[in-house]
Ligand binder design. Structure first.
Ligand code: SAM
Length: 276
């Protein structure tokens, strides 16, 4: 038994036959000290609902509950994980709600009471898509106060990257526009079962009360997608599709038409989104 009275995660996995499935991006965290470290990085959970996406066998779920989350809503796609998660729900009566399904198709907001913190160790592609959705609702602030997410290190670096660096792009602009993103810590491949090929990083993003600069999220997304879709081209070429008179428009906004997307800061992207 462990501190929470539940069996060690290796036993849980063996008992329920949870062999990791590659198609679902399953790399499990079995060390409860590590999962508690992630839960603590999310901040004070005692007055919060926590949305956990992809709980798997429940290592992080258990940590969120033992660290005092008021309530955890956990969305898991793999039905094989449900019996293990039900055991956790029984150990923490009334505090864990398990939802089986694809997090990309579920309206999580409707299941939660504010304040909400989101915590997840997700497959890379699902995590990036959810992150962009969490960052781009029409109105701000969003229903969540913070996101604490595991990514491949290379993706985490793209979220916190500064202009001028190779990692700077769509994720940096969208994340830094409306949140304060911070790299929290790295986890080596051996922390997971089975180990992935690359190092992972936990990123913590606190929602800002208001975006740093005004802009419409759809327009900003379109400008950023066009600019970084052809990141080696000059802006006058990469943004031509957004306005036929792009050179004159860029000049009137005080932006050099021969500059490349990676040199533009957040404020300039927001200026572009407001004008184009
Ligand atoms: N949180 C667990 C941990 O840290 O050990 C599991 C992490 S594992 C990297 C990712 C989990 O996300 C798996 O349990 C997988 O089944 C689940 N998953 C994958 N795609 C999903 C989706 N679209 N919606 C919900 N869960 C998903």
């Amino acid at each position: 038994m462990t501190g929470d009275g539940l069996p060690p995660l290796r036993e849980v996995i063996a008992e329920h036959g949870l062999s990791a499935r590659k198609a679902l991006g399953q790399n499990f965290l079995l060390d409860l000290n590590l999962t508690r470290k992630i839960a603590r990085r999310a901040g004070d959970l005692s007055a919060c609902d926590v949305l956990e996406v992809g709980p798997g066998p429940g290592g992080l779920t258990r940590a969120l509950l033992s660290e005092g989350a008021r309530r955890v809503v956990a969305i898991e796609r793999d039905p094989r994980c449900l019996p293990a998660l039900e055991q956790i729900a029984a150990a923490y009566p009334g505090r864990l709600e398990i939802v089986q399904g694809d997090a990309l198709r579920i309206d999580a907001e409707a299941l939660l009471t504010r304040p909400v913190r989101v915590v997840a160790n997700l497959p890379y592609n699902v995590g990036t898509e959810l992150l962009v959705r969490w960052l781009t609702p029409d109105s701000w602030p969003p229903y969540w106060a913070s996101l604490t997410l595991m990514f491949q290190r290379e993706v985490a670096q793209r979220i916190v990257a500064a202009p001028g660096s190779k990692a700077y792009g769509r994720l940096a602009v969208l994340a830094q526009w409306r949140t304060e993103p911070r790299l929290a810590f790295d986890l080596p491949p051996q922390a997971f079962t089975p180990p992935p090929k690359v190092t992972s990083s936990v990123v913590h993003l606190e929602a800002l009360p208001a975006p740093r600069h005004p802009a419409d999220p759809d327009r900003l997304q379109r400008v950023v997608a066009a600019a970084f879709g052809q990141r080696r081209k000059m802006l006058r070429a990469s943004l031509k599709g957004l306005a036929p008179d792009i050179v004159a428009r860029l000049e009137s906004l005080g932006i050099d038409p021969t500059a490349r997307a990676e040199t533009l800061d957040l404020e300039a992207f927001c200026r572009l989104a407001r004008a184009l």
